[in-house]
Ligand binder design. Structure first.
Ligand code: PEP
Ligand code: MG
Length: 748
């Protein structure tokens, strides 16, 4: 029986392939296909429904229903049996369709005379493109094998749809990936960019879903599986497995999937039915993705992700399409990715004109890198990966969090006008570049820039910053494949100081952990990395690397003034130990005959609320303190800076947070410890204005923010701003933002 089904299915696929090879317009091909399927499966009806837009399915071809209904009959997702198949991405098989749940009577199709119904989703990599249906008058239930065979056919249809087989004259389908699409995401870095799509990860293209010889395909699958298992074993043995049981379990689950008989068996069955090896992998991958959507248990979902990942590797092995897309990077590239880590982003460098992510978060370090480079970044642009193709024209509106893919001319014109206006604003900022950020009430705020790479240094001149208030040294570690050598680091630090031409550069020691994972560092697999082993905690536990970095800083300074700042200090003792470490290194370097820096300033980042309440001696011992608002805010509100769902709940201008900042300002002022703010909020003009009004005199921000911040400060009276803030605080408001905005716009 199984053999019979197999040969019937192969015959059906063979006929489909021959039909697809024939000349003809898209509609003609679809019509022929429905005829072949109905004939081969012995059913009176075969129909193909495809999505017209995200919510609407349209009858695009039929054998057996009223031909007049083609392109007329439409239904919404979830509506009728066809709509239900599309919604659930699962087959519906019933001998008595009219009494099945959700049945919708469509008189125009003449459907009421058909009793049995089998509908399967036409899907590709978890994206449902439509529904393939067979129906008969006889009240029969289709066998499991028949359902399976129809799924295989649907998979081929999905592949062919993707390849554009149904386009052309009188097309049933408007060409995919050719229409204008709009995506609404969230803004992670302002600015507008026009360019061409460059996909971070390749979309594997399958050009031969139907195979001639199942034996050849089985052999190809088995060979690829062998290579895959070998690579997973290598991965397991090269990952230094510590005593961490959880991590071991995860990796072993991964190995278990790679050796799973069930997975291989399903693919072997697909091949026996006539699919090529890669089409079989993709069919099972689609099924996994559909399951992934349904599974509520996060642990299980993770495991399904593992399987998805393995399928990707297998597909690449079979198609020879590597990690590298092979696609040339276009001019004005706009990177489109599901997500990206800071290291990967740094690899691309500043040549990117914009970035669009399906996931991502504003607080991530990749977002910080994009901001440092002033590259417009839109996150949470759902579905962009299924729509965008390499080379597509794309407009990124970072201010609104909107992306236009393959835009129409009118949109392009409006967008270019916007860019022109931004250029005008840039000119205005350039005109005040060499002027101080002096407010109307006569206070001068010192504006510095954040940096992390040599490539950032030219902005020191261009932006008019007074110095580098935060140099994130970990970026140098993130862009490498192994720990940099001390001599190399010393050279880099020296060059940074050279490029700063005597302006102050505050070097923050290595801040790794949390989302900044070094590719060559043993993964920690902590339950909550943001609260885990990171920054100074790593530095103090692994003194070797910290000492090496401190030596490199001393040598890089080569007799010039040196400023060092320790990140993520949560208690006085951590600062004291780090301070001691630097003192010892200075002594050691002196003994070795190296020139010591002319002066050494040592500071701490205040990133945990605990430090605001540290003993007085801490404030006395520090030469300066800088508030790391990105971390401080996440710990103050207990809201993960990377979790888009909670991040926005708490406004930076929330009265509790502002009052807390004010307390820090007052403690530092009492003791005379210089204080600055170097988190991302310092670069937002309204926030910067409020911080200055609360008494902060030094702000450090990405270079592109200096112009807008300075421009607003120069137009503002901080005493008035403080009065507005105080009044809002006294009124019991949750945030002072509405009052400040009203005041700024002259509404109050
Ligand atoms: C901060 O936390 O505000 C900060 C400047 O450090 P990072 O963003 O690198 O964690
Ligand atoms: Mg931080």
């Amino acid at each position: 029986m199984a053999d019979r089904i197999e040969s019937a299915s192969r015959k059906l696929l063979g006929r489909l392939r021959d039909s697809l090879a024939e000349e003809g317009a898209g509609q003609e091909r679809l019509d022929r296909i429905t005829h072949i399927i109905a004939d081969q499966m012995g059913t009176e009806v075969c129909s193909i429904y495809l999505f017209r837009d995200a919510d609407t399915l349209e009858l695009c071809a039929t054998e057996g229903l009223n031909p007049e209904a083609v392109h007329q009959t439409r239904m919404r997702i979830g509506e009728g049996l066809v709509g239900r198949v599309a919604k659930s991405s699962a087959p519906i098989n019933t001998p008595d369709a009219p009494s099945a749940k959700g049945f919708r009577f469509m008189p125009e199709t003449g459907e009421e005379i058909f009793s049995s119904f089998l509908g399967v989703p036409i899907q590709r990599l978890g994206e449902t493109q439509g529904v393939l249906v067979v129906q008969s008058k006889e009240a029969r239930s289709y066998s499991e094998d028949e359902v399976y065979a129809l799924e295989v056919v649907a998979m081929v249809l999905a592949e062919m749809t993707e390849l554009g087989a149904f386009l052309g004259e009188g097309a049933a389908l408007s060409p995919r990936h050719t229409q204008q699409e709009l995506f609404r995401g969230a803004c992670a870095q302002e600015g507008a960019a026009e360019g061409r799509v460059y996909l971070h990860e390749p979309r594997v293209v399958i050009t031969n879903p139907i195979a001639d010889d199942p034996h050849v395909e089985l052999k190809r699958l088995h060979e690829a599986m062998l290579v895959l298992r070998g690579s997973v074993d290598d991965m397991l043995s090269s990952t230094a497995l510590g005593p961490d049981k959880d991590q071991q379990k995860v990796l072993e689950a991964y190995r278990m999937f790679a050796n799973s008989r069930g997975w291989v068996r399903r693919m072997e069955e697909d091949i026996a039915l006539g699919l090529s090896a890669e089409a079989a992998v993709e069919k099972e991958q689609s099924a996994t993705r559909a399951r992934m959507e349904q599974v509520p248990d996060p642990y299980l979902r993770e495991r399904l992700h593992d399987l998805d990942d393995l399928s990707n590797r297998l597909l690449r092995l079979l198609t020879g399409q590597g990690e590298d897309t092979g696609a040339e990077m276009p001019n004005n590239p706009i990177l489109v990715a599901r997500n990206i880590g800071p290291g990967e982003l740094l690899d691309y460098g500043k040549k990117l004109k914009g970035i669009v992510l399906e996931e991502g978060s504003v607080g991530s370090h990749a977002a910080i890198v994009a901001r440092a480079w002033a590259i417009p970044l839109v996150i949470n642009a759902k579905r962009i990966l299924t729509e965008a193709l390499n080379g597509d024209q794309i407009l990124v509106d970072g201010d609104q969090g909107v992306v236009h893919l393959r835009p129409e001319d009118t949109v392009v014109t409006a967008f270019r006008d916007k860019i022109a206006m931004q250029t005008q604003a840039q000119k205005r900022y350039a005109s005040i570049r060499d002027k101080p950020a002096q407010t109307k009430c006569g206070r001068t705020i010192s504006l510095h820039m954040n940096a992390g790479l040599m490539a950032d240094l030219p902005s020191l001149i261009g932006s008019g910053a007074e110095g580098v208030g935060l140099f994130r040294t970990e970026l140098q570690f993130l862009i490498r494949t192994k720990v940099p050598r001390r001599s190399e680091l010393a050279r880099i630090y020296g060059s940074v100081m050279d490029a700063a031409h005597g302006k102050r550069v505050v070097f923050r020691t290595l801040d790794i952990g949390s989302d900044k994972v070094l590719p060559y560092m043993k993964p920690q697999d902590e339950p909550n990395p943001a609260l885990g082993w990171r920054a100074i905690r790593v530095g103090l536990d692994k003194k070797g690397v910290m000492r090496m970095q401190l030596q490199a800083l001393i040598r890089g300074a080569a007799g010039r003034p040196l400023s060092v700042m320790f990140p993520f200090i949560a208690q006085f003792e951590e600062y004291r130990s780090a301070h001691r470490c630097l003192m010892e290194e200075l002594e050691r370097e002196d003994k070795l005959g190296h020139v010591l820096p002319e002066t050494v300033e040592i500071g701490a980042m205040l990133e945990t609320p605990s430090l605001a309440f540290a003993p007085r001696q801490f404030f006395e011992m520090t030469d300066f303190i800088s508030i790391g608002g990105n971390d401080l805010k996440q710990f103050f509100f207990a809201a993960d800076r990377e979790n888009e769902r909670v991040r926005r709940r708490y406004d930076t201008l929330n009265v509790s947070y502002l009052t807390f900042l004010e307390q820090i300002v007052n403690r530092c002022a009492d003791i005379g410890t210089p204080l600055s703010f170097c988190g991302e909020d310092a670069g937002r003009p309204v926030e910067a204005l409020c911080f200055a009004a609360m008494g902060l005199d030094t702000l450090s921000m990405r270079p592109a923010s200096i112009g807008p911040v300075k421009s607003l400060l120069r137009r503002s009276d901080l005493k008035e701003a403080k009065a507005v803030i105080d009044e809002a605080r006294a009124s019991g408001a949750q945030s002072v933002r509405p009052a400040v905005i009203d005041w700024l716009t002259g509404r109050s």
